[in-house]
Design a protein around this ligand. Sequence first.
Ligand code: ATP
Length: 286
Amino acid sequence: MSIKIEGLTYIYMPNTPFEKRALDNINLEIKDGEFVALIGHTGSGKSTLIQQLNGLLKPTSGKVYVDGICINEKGVNLKNIRQKVGIVFQYPEHQLFEETIFKDISFGPRNLGLDEAEIERRVKKAMEIVGLDYEKYKDKSPFELSGGQKRRVAIAGVLAMEPKVLVLDEPTAGLDPKGREDILNQIKRMHKEYKMTIIMVSHSMEEVAELANRIIVLDKGKVVIDGPPKEVFKKIEILERVGLSVPQVTQLFIRLKKLGFEVEDGIITVDEAKKEILRLFKERKI
Ligand SMILES: Nc1ncnc2c1ncn2[C@@H]1O[C@H](COP(=O)(O)OP(=O)(O)OP(=O)(O)O)[C@@H](O)[C@H]1O
């Protein structure tokens, strides 16, 4: 299922002194199965853009197509679109409210009017994807859990709608390193095993280098770079101009090269760095 964005502009509070052009003529196509990272400095328009993907915000001008359907036309069933494109907002655990984890995760499917067996199947599957044991947790209160676990329950609530595209707005914000790693591993699984299309907003270049197949860089509501991580992280000058950087290992290898070591270009993950350092040792270049 693809998402296509044509000439999308969005202005907050138009024709007032507070008018703000948050998105400025965005053109994009996101294909089935992609893992896209959306990065950009604070205020660059990332959250505004993702809210356009399921019709939560309506374009000032331009169009958004989901699965070939223009979602901005009158009469479009937005409930249907929101089932296909699930959004996990920042700190989604703040929206947990039911007394048990089962009830919380089943809230969306129940609203769809599904029968009890189907609701249970979906809750079980969603909990499995986020790594929460169904029998152990289903009757517990979500408020008894750790921060990372609460977030997983919240994500499971969106997964229970069985979206084709999952949009995550800074899914690791505020978590400790273990919580971060767990959530990232689960997102990786959703993409690999469950074949979901993932769009992830992140401030961490390390996370993005590790996970995404494609990076879209926003600045002042415009797309300034769009490409595979290795290509994007070569454009250091543009990234710095828009207040971003490259992963720390990339910075390290750029310095090693400047110092005269014969290192490969385009090292962006810790794993690649490890292999490259081992190669240098083997070939006695360090
Ligand atoms: N409800 C709103 N009313 C008016 N202006 C807004 C509103 N929401 C966002 N903006 C403005 O629109 C621009 C884009 O904001 P947006 O939240 O989309 O950026 P962002 O890249 O998601 O930032 P962050 O990384 O801080 O979440 C900013 O200048 C912001 O101040």
